[in-house]
Design a protein around this ligand. Structure first.
Ligand SMILES: C[S@@+](CC[C@H](N)C(=O)[O-])C[C@H]1O[C@@H](n2cnc3c(N)ncnc32)[C@H](O)[C@@H]1O
Length: 314
C-alpha cells in the first residue's frame, strides 16, 4: 500500500497538485515531532507509588535517597538551604541530622544554611558532636560548614567564594516553609556548574495552604515576586493541584534544562489517607536518580495505609 500512496503522490506532484506542506517543511516538522517525542521519552518513567508518605517521614525519605545516591556516586556534597530543625525535640525528623548520620559516610562536604540564631547553635552542636564521634572512631574528617544568615544571600556568596567542581555530585535541599526560597537562589544553584550533571535539587512546593497564602500576599507582593521570580505569580492560586505541580516541573525543565523533573506528593496523615500537603520537586540530570527516589519512597513510607491521591506528577 505504501508503494501505491507514493506513486499517487508522485503523479499528483507531476500534475502540480501536491497536497500539504512542501517537502522541506514536512521534513522539518517530522524532525521537530521526533525531537519532541525524544524529549518526552527521556523523562525516566517510574512505577506508581503504592503508599502515601506522610509529612513526618520526609527526613527519612531524604536520608534513604542520599544513601542510594551515594551508593552510585561514592562521594558527594550536600547543601541544605533551610537546615535548622523544624520541630523542637524531634531529631528523628531533622533532615540535616539524618543525612550527616547516614552511613556509609560517602558524602564529604556539607553546607548548612540557617537564619535563626538558636537553630544555628543547634547546627553547630550537631557538627561538633559529629566531629567528636569521627575523631573517637579514628574516622576520616568531613568538611562540615554552618552558615548563619539568609540563604538567599549566603548561598550565592558561598558558591562564588568556593565553586563546586563540575564532577562533584551535589544535592541541594530547598526545604522552605512557604515563600522563603527566592527563585534567584534556585537559579544560582541550577546554573552553577559549567558542565556535567547540574546540582540536583529537592525543592519544597507548598500545596494545601498555597492558594490562601498567595491571596494573603496582596499587601506585600514582593514576597511572591521573589519566590516565583516573575510577576505572573497570581495565576498560581487558581490552578488545580496537578496544574500547579506541572507549572513548576515545566519551569524547572524549560528554564534550567534538567533531564528529569518530578513532583513527589507528601500527604497529611489523617484517618482517611490525607490530602497532598506539599510536593517535593526533584530536578536531576542523572538517569538513575528518579528510580532511586522511587525506591527511597518505598523505604520511607508507612505501608499500612492505602495509596490515595498519590499521583506523581510527570
Ligand atoms: C521548614 S524549616 C526546615 C526544616 C528542616 N529542613 C528539617 O528537616 O527539620 C525552615 C527553616 O529555615 C529557616 N529559614 C527561614 N528562612 C530562611 C532564610 N531565608 N535563610 C536561611 N534559613 C531560613 C527557619 O528558621 C527554619 O529553621
Amino acid at each position: 500500500m505504501a508503494g501505491k500512496d507514493s506513486a499517487t503522490r508522485e503523479a499528483s506532484s507531476r500534475r502540480g497538485v501536491t497536497k500539504g506542506p512542501p517537502a522541506d517543511e514536512r521534513v522539518q516538522r517530522q524532525r521537530r515531532l521526533f525531537e519532541e517525542a525524544a524529549a518526552v521519552a527521556s523523562e525516566p518513567q517510574v512505577k506508581p507509588l503504592r503508599h502515601p508518605i506522610w509529612t513526618e517521614s520526609k527526613a527519612r525519605l531524604i536520608q534513604s535517597y542520599l544513601k542510594l545516591f551515594t551508593f552510585v556516586t561514592k562521594h558527594g556534597t550536600y547543601i541544605d538551604a533551610f537546615a535548622g530543625p523544624q520541630q523542637v525535640g524531634k531529631p528523628e525528623m531533622w533532615s540535616a541530622k539524618l543525612v550527616i548520620d547516614c552511613e556509609p559516610r560517602w558524602l564529604r562536604h556539607f553546607h548548612l544554611f540557617e537564619r535563626n540564631k538558636d537553630k544555628v547553635a543547634q547546627l553547630r552542636t550537631l557538627v561538633h558532636d559529629h566531629n567528636r564521634i569521627l575523631e573517637d572512631a579514628g574516622g576520616k574528617a568531613r568538611d562540615l560548614n554552618v552558615y548563619e544568615g539568609d540563604c538567599n544571600i549566603e548561598i550565592p556568596a558561598a558558591l562564588e567564594r568556593s565553586p563546586i567542581r563540575d564532577k562533584e555530585a551535589t544535592f541541594a535541599l530547598l526545604d522552605q516553609r512557604t515563600f522563603e526560597c527566592h527563585w534567584a537562589t534556585v537559579r544560582a544553584l541550577a546554573t552553577h556548574k559549567r558542565s556535567g550533571h547540574k546540582i540536583e535539587l529537592f525543592y519544597f512546593l507548598p500545596n494545601k495552604w498555597l492558594p490562601r497564602s498567595l491571596a494573603g500576599l496582596t499587601k506585600n507582593p514582593e514576597t511572591a515576586q521573589r519566590w516565583w521570580g516573575r510577576d505572573d505569580w497570581k495565576t498560581l492560586g487558581s490552578l488545580t493541584t496537578r496544574q500547579r505541580a506541572e507549572r513548576f516541573t515545566d519551569r524547572f525543565k524549560e528554564e534550567f534544562s534538567y533531564a528529569s523533573v518530578k513532583a513527589w506528593p507528601i500527604s497529611e496523615r489523617t484517618a482517611g489517607g490525607g490530602s497532598v500537603m506539599y510536593f517535593m520537586i526533584h530536578a536531576t540530570d542523572h538517569p538513575e536518580a528518579p528510580i532511586l527516589m522511587r525506591r527511597a519512597f518505598e523505604h520511607a513510607v508507612d505501608p499500612t495505609k492505602p495509596a490515595e491521591q498519590l499521583e506523581l506528577v510527570r
